[in-house]
Design a protein around this ligand. Structure first.
Ligand code: FDA
Length: 304
């Protein structure tokens, strides 16, 4: 927990970020988790995964933008990605963070720009998955998800199983017919708001998964936790659900073998494929989830 908190704290340090982002050593390690710096890199990964029967969601990395110009740049990056998904006939959604669309600058600016992306996604026949960030963003993110879904469809919301409030939030999304991605949660939240033990988080994940299996619209179970995946599969089978009525979601570069096995067994798997140069906070969250990745970084640092 301490390592995770420290890494999340470090993820907001600008000087360290500059150093890591320009270090060729770090780049070598991050290539395991990040498809590349350019959209073309991500499209190539997406094409390869689609051929293997794997679905994708593309994430143009970036968060906490502070100007209208940066928001415009995020919007353009996603419009371009959607255009290419359509042109190349790829099976991919896109994932966005609202802080990358200026939620900290102005809610209306954020709404207008995400709306443009959702409209384009609807036009090309795919969806926008709206990632959930730290607790301070949850109310505003859910409000925007519901508003966009009511107007356009083609939107998926995210619920974090570590938050104590998530059961109510999930019920509201299910009532509104919003598709949901369920994940454990990647930020550092106080015990008053979040479960902190692995056992409690797993338990809550399963409770929420039950709601999704019973009443969710095409739910996405985003986890690499094999025990949880097997448990969800068992419960889905007990309910007689068709394997194409839900999906598992995993992060690019993590538990590849498990993902392959699920696809071979006829289940749907979607990989979250990040690309772009603003990869530092994303990478630090991955280190925080699994501090053994630090070892990978250190070995590469020593090798030089
Ligand atoms: P857990 O952390 O217990 O990992 C299970 C096993 O998977 C580990 O034992 C290990 O083998 C492997 N593993 C997991 N993470 C690893 C890593 N970083 N490096 C190496 N191995 C690793 N969170 C959030 O707050 N908002 C969001 O919008 C999203 N979106 C999202 C989308 C998708 C597709 C996924 C898979 C995850 C997210 N998350 C997220 C992140 C999520 O909340 C959570 O932090 C991670 O998925 C890690 O939790 P697991 O459920 O994988 O379990």
């Amino acid at each position: 927990m301490l390592i995770r908190r420290t890494l999340l704290w470090l993820s907001n340090r600008r000087a360290l970020r500059r150093w890591v982002e320009t270090s060729p050593v770090a780049r070598r390690v991050t290539s395991r988790f990040i498809a590349g710096l350019q959209l073309q890199d991500a499209l190539e990964v997406c094409r390869r995964l689609n051929v293997q029967g794997v679905l994708v969601t593309l994430d143009h990395l970036g968060e906490h933008v502070v100007s209208a110009e940066q928001v415009h740049a995020s919007r353009q990056a996603y419009l371009e990605a959607l255009g290419q998904i359509y042109e190349l006939g790829l099976n991919s959604t896109v994932s966005v963070k609202l802080s990358q669309f200026g939620l900290d600058v102005s809610e209306s600016l954020c709404y207008e720009n995400v709306e443009a992306v959702v409209r384009e996604a609807a036009r090309v026949g795919t969806s926008v998955e709206i990632d959930m960030e730290s607790l301070a963003y949850v109310d505003r993110t859910l409000a925007l998800v519901r508003r966009l879904h009511a107007r356009y469809g083609h939107v998926r919301g995210v619920i974090q199983a570590y938050l104590r409030r998530s059961r109510e939030d999930l019920q509201l999304l299910c009532e509104a017919g919003v598709p949901v991605r369920l994940c454990k949660g990647a930020y550092s939240e106080p015990p008053s708001a979040a479960f902190t033990s692995r056992r409690q988080i797993r338990q809550n994940f399963l409770r929420l998964a039950e709601i999704l299996l019973a009443r969710g619209v095409y739910p996405g179970f985003a986890t690499h936790d094999q025990w949880l995946i097997m448990e969800i599969l068992r419960r889905a089978r007990e309910r007689g659900l068709a394997p194409d009525s839900y999906e598992f979601q995993m992060l690019y570069g993590i538990r590849r073998e498990l993902g392959r096995r699920l696809v071979a067994d006829g289940y749907r798997v979607r990989l979250y494929v990040p690309y772009g140069d603003a990869w530092y906070p994303y990478f630090m969250r991955r280190l925080g989830e699994h501090p053994s990745n630090l070892l990978l970084l250190l070995v590469n640092l020593v090798r030089g």
